[in-house]
Design a protein around this ligand. Structure first.
Ligand SMILES: O=C(O)CCC(=O)C(=O)O
Length: 213
């Protein structure tokens, strides 16, 4: 798939050629949420994200999935590729990102980030509905899911799973890092809604510990 996205003004890689994708020092800002959940946000954590976006769009074996909904089978509105614990990642920048996250959160998480789920939102029609990552240990244990966003920024919404109420909204793209931690997967839900506006493509890379999905 050959796609280019408009880069962010922050998205320089430092050597001027725009090809190298480099993660910076981790200095995320923590936002405590209710019920023992929290998020960490670091804007522009990865520089050179437009080039990484283009490489992943081209080289990842993206799959279109279908899902049973009531009595119909419907297309999942985004393309997916999952890299399990021992699968080589599709770009060295992702290895570097995962290693940096594992080192930074080692004491708090107590285990490394192991897997990488990649999602490709082709335009505003692609989306994911409100959910928590509760397949596996996320259903019963505190854990972390670290999301690296590449390409066009899309809003990620967060809302309490039980109480309802207004959603928090974070616009994520162009190398931004967004980490959900504590009880977030059990007590909050997140979504990337559809948009009727002209919307460029975005790739989300989710790093998770083993057994969290
Ligand atoms: O696009 C994103 O960053 C969110 C992805 C997500 O929530 C998921 O795949 O479970």
């Amino acid at each position: 798939m050959n796609v280019t996205v408009q880069g962010s003004l922050l998205d320089f890689d430092g050597n001027g050629d725009g090809d190298e994708a480099v993660v910076g020092p981790l200095r995320p800002e923590r936002v405590p949420l209710a019920a023992g959940a929290w998020i960490d946000v670091q804007r522009g954590w990865l520089t050179g994200s437009a080039a990484l976006f283009a490489r992943l769009a081209r080289s990842v074996p993206w799959r279109a999935e279908r899902r049973r909904m009531y009595d119909r089978t419907v297309a999942v509105p985004r393309l997916l590729c999952f890299y399990g614990e021992h699968a080589p990642l599709p770009d060295p920048a992702l290895d570097a990102g995962r290693a940096a996250l594992s080192a930074h959160y080692a004491a708090e998480l107590g285990e490394p980030f192991a897997t990488a789920g990649l999602c490709y939102y082709r335009d505003g029609r692609d989306s994911v509905a409100f959910h928590g990552d509760r397949i596996g240990r996320g259903a019963t244990e505190d854990t972390m899911v670290a999301i690296l966003s590449l390409g066009e920024a899309r809003p990620l919404l967060l809302r309490p799973a039980r109480a309802g109420g207004p959603a928090l909204r974070y616009s994520l793209g162009h190398g931004d890092l967004f980490v959900m931690g504590g009880s977030c997967q059990r007590t909050w839900e997140h979504a990337v809604p559809k948009s009727a506006r002209p919307t460029g493509p975005r790739i989300s890379v989710q790093f998770r510990p083993r057994g969290v999905r």
